[in-house]
Ligand binder design. Structure first.
Ligand code: PLP
Length: 452
């Protein structure tokens, strides 16, 4: 079939994510047909460097035969069974054994799902259940952050702070939000350190406003992903943790993007040095080869749910799906045994960060470079000393992204930031290609704006 055939069928049958569908139909989507390592090929044979690991998920890159073989073996042996009816199966048990061998020892239990959105839905219900068992059923408000992203289902959307997703008159009851720790835009005259504390103390103010007896949990991404790869100041997380402990509010980290090696640590909260009560995971759990997510619980929470909780009226047909679990095991073993995560910490991560700083520190469009490990953001700005942003910054970053596609590069535009998160198996050569193509895209954008 030709690209036009696929595009016509696609337009006839699909509503895509987060786009103006009519405009996309007129333009025609790229038809991706093959992947190997960090590269993708479209139906026309054009090659792209995928600087986003798909959607922050193909941590091991494309084309891994060992993951395909793990899926095939499990499909042939036991393609499906569930965790209802007092049953379990080796794949899910062995996955948990492996997962908890990597996690800090204060985590003990998991509830598996098919996606990050579902994992956050399960989080909302589990947190409510936890407080109910402890005799505090009124403790059910979940506090998230404006511009945070936790998924596209009803509960995870309410938890998230993407205002444009709270359609039809606002969000669900018992959800609240505080501001994001985005120093570049909101810091004003404050140092990053001062702003980090101020942003964290918004949580304290919100808890006091709502009453600590009504607040169940604070939920946030250790670094904000879809909201623009925003890294909080170093003072932020310790203060958030102090506040959660002081007011007996659960601290819940959404590790859907940050988990499985992205920052050079297995989980992003380890990079930032705080200790959440729960983790939501997905994406890198299987390197995106098959859908799987999960909610990880601390021993303290699990003990309450197991020892005092009785029946938890919750279950998913595909929770702990054997084929997904088998792929997750193969994926985690490869990340561990091939030294991929330590490579991100000690070599590829520092190399990407160093190259970005070398190339973009003096760039006429770039006001700030943030990142760690294999995740980074370039903040565009009109005037560097005052941190003034372009009034039409979204048009500019989208244009830059489009130029990137023309040059065979996939990076993402969010607000005034260009963001990247290549697969964790990136070689130095891949990183050099990523940085030089990003420079090409930014240079062409700067030329169009008359700034280069
Ligand atoms: N949480 C975070 C931080 C995410 O970035 C995403 C997706 O991008 C989700 C949750 C939702 O995951 P999914 O798309 O698998 O439902």
């Amino acid at each position: 079939r030709t690209t036009r055939d696929y595009q016509a069928l696609d337009a006839a049958h699909h509503i895509h994510a987060f786009v103006d569908q009519k405009a996309l139909n007129a333009e025609g989507p790229r038809v991706m047909v093959r992947g190997e390592g960090l590269h993708l090929w479209d139906n026309e044979g054009k090659r792209y460097l995928d600087g986003m690991s798909g959607l922050w998920c193909t941590n091991l890159g494309y084309g891994r035969k060992d993951l395909a073989a793990a899926a095939t073996r499990q499909l042939e042996r036991l393609p499906y069974y569930n965790m209802f009816f007092h049953t379990t199966h080796p794949a899910v048990v062995e996955l948990s054994e492996l997962l908890f061998s990597l996690l800090p020892s204060h985590y003990s239990h998991a509830i598996y799902t098919n996606s990050g959105s579902e994992a956050n839905e399960v989080l909302i219900r589990t947190v409510r259940r936890y407080w109910q068992i402890l005799g505090k059923p009124q403790k059910k408000v979940m506090i998230g952050r404006w511009n945070g992203y936790h998924g596209s289902t009803l509960g995870s959307t309410a938890l998230g702070g993407m205002g444009f997703m709270h359609e039809m008159g606002g969000m669900l009851p018992d959800f609240a939000h505080i501001g994001e720790p985005y120093w570049y835009v909101q810091g004003g005259e404050l140092t990053e350190e001062e702003f980090g504390l101020k942003a964290a103390r918004e949580l304290e103010a919100k808890i006091l406003e709502l009453g600590a007896d009504n607040v169940a949990a604070f939920v946030a991404e250790p670094f904000q992903g879809a909201g623009g790869m925003i890294f909080p100041p170093a003072s932020y997380w310790a203060e958030i943790q102090r506040i959660c402990r002081q007011y007996d509010v659960l601290l819940c980290a959404d590790e859907v993007i940050g988990g499985f090696g992205r920052t050079g640590e297995w989980f992003a909260h380890q990079h930032f040095g705080f200790q959440p009560d729960t983790l939501t995971i997905a994406k890198g759990l299987t390197s995106g080869y098959i859908p799987m997510g999960g909610l990880v619980l601390s021993k303290r929470m699990a003990e309450v749910l197991v020892e005092q909780g009785g029946v938890f009226a919750h279950g998913l047909t595909y929770s702990g799906h054997p084929v997904a679990a088998a792929v997750a095991i193969a994926n985690i073993k490869a990340l561990r045994d091939e030294g991929v995560v330590s490579q991100v910490k000690n070599d590829s991560g520092p190399y990407l960060q160093q190259c970005l700083r070398q190339v973009f520190e003096g760039h006429p469009l770039v006001g700030e470079i943030q990142g760690t490990g294999l995740v980074a953001a370039l903040q565009l700005c009109e005037d560097k000393p005052s941190r003034k942003r372009f009034a039409n910054e979204t048009d500019i970053t989208w244009r830059c992204r489009t130029i990137g596609f023309e040059e065979g590069l996939i990076i993402r535009a969010t607000g005034g930031r260009m963001i990247m998160a290549p697969a964790l198996v990136a070689t130095r050569g891949d990183i050099e290609e990523l940085v030089s193509k990003t420079k090409l895209a930014l240079d062409r954008t700067a030329q169009e704006l008359g700034r280069l």
